[in-house]
Each structure stands twice: as C-alpha cells, then as structure tokens.
Design a protein around this ligand. Structure first.
Ligand code: URA
Length: 237
C-alpha cells in the first residue's frame, strides 16, 4: 500500500496528519527519509517516525527445495506429506509455493512468504523458462520437436501453448523447456501423441538449478538469486 495510506490507517493519524508528517521529513522507510506519500510499502519494510518504529518489517524468505516424488505441492493434504514437511524453518504457516509440481513429479520448487515475488514468477506472461527431464512410455520422434515448437492448442483454456524447445536425449527420454506453466502442461503435451509420461523432473527455473542438492533437501536463495528471477533482471545461461 502507499505510505500515506499506511500512516493514515494508524489509529492516531488522519490523512492530513499523514501529509504533514511526510512534508516534515520525520518518516523513514528502511533507513531512508521519505517525503513521497505515493511510495509503495509492504510488510517487509521497516517504517519509522523519529525514533519510534511504526512497523518493524518482517524478513522476506525464499527457499529452493528438491521435491521428491510422493510429496504434494500444497501447504497441507489429508493423505500425502506436504513439501512444507521437508522444510525445517520457523513460521511455516506464513509460506506458500511459487508454482507447483504434480505428486509424481520431482525437482525444483520455490517457496516464499513474498506474494508479490511469487506472482511475478508464476503469472502466465512471466515467460520464465522451466526445464523438465521427461521419460515416456512410447518412443519420442522428431515430429514432437516441431509440434512443441509450433505450440499445441489446449481446448479447455482455449489457448495455444507458447513455443517450447524439445531436445531428444534417447528413444524415450527428452529435455523440454517451457516458457509458461499450464495445468499438467508437460503430460498434456505428450498426451497429444498418446504418449504417457512415466517420469518427470524439473531441473531448473530461469538461472536457478538444483545442482547437487539431494532429493528432499532445501536451501535459502541468495539475495542475488531472488533479484535475478524478477522480470527485468533475468539472465538465463
Ligand atoms: N507439467 C506436468 O504435467 N506436471 C508437472 O508437475 C509439471 C509440469
């Protein structure tokens, strides 16, 4: 919300007080004096008036997890363990998943308490490349490469998928790069050829790779990694 709104929402100040406080140069956001009431502030910002802390600002948290098969991409589930069960951190109730993987899919999953960050990553227009390794029941032919590059029509959503790159690695194995995340997208794309996906693993999102992180393990993202995934800062090797 805007800083002037944040101030006038406090019980002791009205909108005129907010304007005066801003003009007086007594307000600081993350240590910087701010006079512009339009500045957007969030729960992660520290907001001070003189020596008084109006909002302490909670830490933003970002994790990368290697999801094993058999864990659900939901905060809780009646039958299966949740990916959050693997995370050994405080205040788990505050966390949510930035994207999902199916129960029988393994690989890279992002978890955060920053809704703005996760929305930027998961919006259909985000175009962040996601790389999957796929094992199938039937052989994969060169025709798949062309069809996936052209895009497939998904009747349910009434859309054509964005061009995707398929690299055939073996008779029944391939690496697929998507630039969007539609529901069960990989399985539906192979389903077009009536070829069942038997194994699916997400290797990377943007410049982030699982690396040597074992299945079930997690790590915090660095500040640089968090920034790098945001639109405008992306470099994908
Ligand atoms: N596509 C799928 O079909 N499943 C996943 O888990 C991810 C992408």
């Amino acid at each position: 919300m805007r800083l002037d709104r944040f101030i006038s929402n406090l019980a002791r100040f009205n909108r005129q007080d907010a304007r005066q406080l801003l003009a007086s140069g007594r307000l600081r956001v993350d240590g910087q004096t701010v006079a512009d009431g339009c500045l957007q502030v969030r729960e992660f910002n520290r907001i001070e008036l003189d020596d008084e802390v109006l909002q302490a600002g909670k830490p933003a948290r970002f994790y990368l997890l290697h999801k094993p098969v058999g864990y659900v991409s939901a905060t809780k589930h009646p039958e299966h363990p949740s990916v959050l069960d693997l995370l050994d951190v405080p205040d788990k109730h505050d966390l949510h998943l930035a994207g999902r993987l199916d129960l029988n899919t393994s690989g890279l999953l992002l978890i955060t308490n920053d809704g703005h960050w996760s929305r930027q990553l998961t919006l259909p227009g985000s175009r962040l490349p996601k790389v999957y390794r796929v094992q199938t029941a039937q052989p994969i032919s060169a025709e798949y490469v062309e069809v996936f590059a052209r895009g497939l029509y998904f009747a349910y959503e009434d859309l054509t998928t964005l061009p995707a790159e398929l690299q055939i690695l073996g008779p029944r194995e391939a690496r697929l790069t998507l630039h969007e995340g539609r529901y069960h997208q990989v399985k539906r794309m192979f389903g077009h050829f009536r070829n069942q996906v038997l194994g699916l693993h997400r290797e990377s999102i943007g410049a982030l790779h699982l690396g040597e992180l074992p299945s079930g393990a997690w790590r915090a993202l660095t500040v640089q990694e968090v920034r790098q995934l945001q639109p405008g800062n992306r470099t994908v090797p």
